[in-house]
Design a binder for this molecule. Sequence first.
Ligand SMILES: Cc1cc2ncn([C@H]3O[C@H](COP(=O)(O)O)[C@@H](O)[C@H]3O)c2cc1C
Ligand SMILES: O=C(O)c1cccnc1
Length: 344
Amino acid sequence: MTQSIALPAHASYQAALQRQNSLTKPAGSLGVLETVACRFAAWQGQTIPAALTPAITVFAGDHGVTAEGVSAYPSIVTGEMVKNFAAGGAAICVLARAIAARLEVVDVGVLGQLPDLPIVHAKVAAGTANLAVEAAMSTTEVEAALEVGRTAARRAIEQGANLLIAGDMGIGNTTPSAALICRLANLEVDLIVGRGTGIDDAGLANKRRVVAQALQRLQGQQLSGTQVLAELGGLEIAAMAGFYLEGAAQGVPSLVDGFIASAAALAARAIDPAVAAWLLASHRSEETGHRLALEALGLEPLVELGMRLGEGSGAATCVPLLQLAIKLHAEMATFAQAGVTEKD
Ligand SMILES: Cc1cc2ncn([C@H]3O[C@H](COP(=O)(O)O)[C@@H](O)[C@H]3O)c2cc1C
Ligand SMILES: O=C(O)c1cccnc1
């Protein structure tokens, strides 16, 4: 049995809020930066949270649904990008270096063999089946992929991470993500399915048909979170869900990236609703439906930058903001310390 997820420390949140209100600024004037600092206080169980030590894990997997022509790129790009991650040339590599985050890449389901790369080799299957016509995975495969994610989170935490970021790489994965969001948040296909890597209007219509067909297969069926992942998910998406669940169980929050990460977060919540209190949204992706997915998660994005890349890139970009929030909280003088007169 996996460890249960505790609530963040409410008393530390309250103490941090009290500190915020004693700092030399009009109460509330640092906006979301104040709330963020208080949330880290609650997650870490201390009034003044420690500086962030972020870790990024990118999970890679392929998707049988690409046979339906749902992506602007071919599946081979997934493995090619994994090589690019290993060589340090992808966007997430640059961002990880810039924020001094540990970066790990995990093959949980890439189609081809990836020998000799300095990545974690944890392939559960060589891609998923076509979710338009059958279950993408077996529940046994989902359990294995969840465990790959859990193990990666444990590794990151053991090595000192106090903030987790899950990234995705998997050509076609906006399709399973859209299907998961529709099913788990009970949302209309047309509101959620978007252009992913950049399909045209005909491609979008086809992608909507594919997602609608997949959802249709399951209509009227009562399914657990694991079963929904098996039917509609992906290996890297299941691993990301496991990563969030383990982080929460270990008392370490996760910063959620874009559309795919939000689908994984919804899947994690379907498995254990307590995970939600350990999630922080980063950016709002350009991908259609991300706004509604975040709303379904009860998360408010920090920024909107027009990004739609995945890999954990939106989350990594937000880390400096979080660092600033904590630094302000830790280092600003109080009214008493600075001899500044408080509000009447
Ligand atoms: C070169 C390249 C690098 C990427 N890095 C992330 N993605 C992102 O785009 C893909 C999802 O979009 P769709 O569902 O339309 O295929 C995923 O691989 C996701 O990680 C990339 C896509 C490409 C082409
Ligand atoms: O929001 C995302 O994560 C996203 C959007 C499009 C393509 N890849 C990722």
